[in-house]
Design a protein around this ligand. Sequence first.
Ligand code: URA
Length: 289
Amino acid sequence: MIMLIANDKRIKMQTFCPFPIHARIKDTCSRKEKSMEEKELRLDKFLADMGKGTRSRLKEDIRKGRILVNGEVVKNADKKIRIPEDVVLFDGTPVSYVTMEYFMLNKPRGVLSATEDKRRPTVLDLIDQKRRKDLFPVGRLDADTEGLLLITNDGALAHRLLAPKSHVDKVYFARCAGRVPASAVSSFAEGLLLPDGLKCLPAVLKILSVTETGKTETGKTENGEAETEVLLTIREGKFHQVKRMMEAVGCPVLFLKRLAMGPLTLDESLRPGEYRPLTKQELELLKQL
Ligand code: URA
């Protein structure tokens, strides 16, 4: 059962600037593979990865003798820490190392799918339980889109989910202005041609409901205005793709929410802005991709 959130306000379209995620992911992947094979990290990197400060600041802390490794003060930032055998204490508090983190976020409107921004809050600002400092959102939702967003530092997984060749299904709920014509279902299934020349991959459009919005007190429709709720499954992720597809059939999107991505389905108990770690089962499903 899918919970849909109604919103009567027309949502303002935001400008959108995708960041070069593919370059970043490749870089993250190769570095991560190396560090996982070695299972050893320099002490300053070990602490920095766990968000204990910048490398330069941590070198100071290490020199001051604030760190114990296996019960002994270590003043050398180069000291190799074996993970998970070595016990590291920072001012007496144990610091354990996590290699990967995975969170499911119900992204709220008004928050950017980015790692940082000078003016507006980002999805990473919402993850206050994070241990690692190299997390990023897997793909982007527009600032005014809600719904499922995976936050991780697993570059290889992000690549599998986002690579254009992967054709991972993404399911969206949209409320659109006007009546979506029944013919849109077959046009979407065949692969819609957008006015700017983009030929979309075949997509599945399901019309859920049509609501007359121009009704008078007597229940009669005055001016024929309506809104349509749809479910749309696409297998690609082009810039503003859902909005462009719905606009192309004359029904601009008023509200958009992502419900699923590949094997992950938005946890209905998460309110906008809430998140939780992925379950073992969800991680297993993602591994199979
Ligand atoms: N398509 C859009 O138009 N916007 C999103 O945020 C996601 C898909």
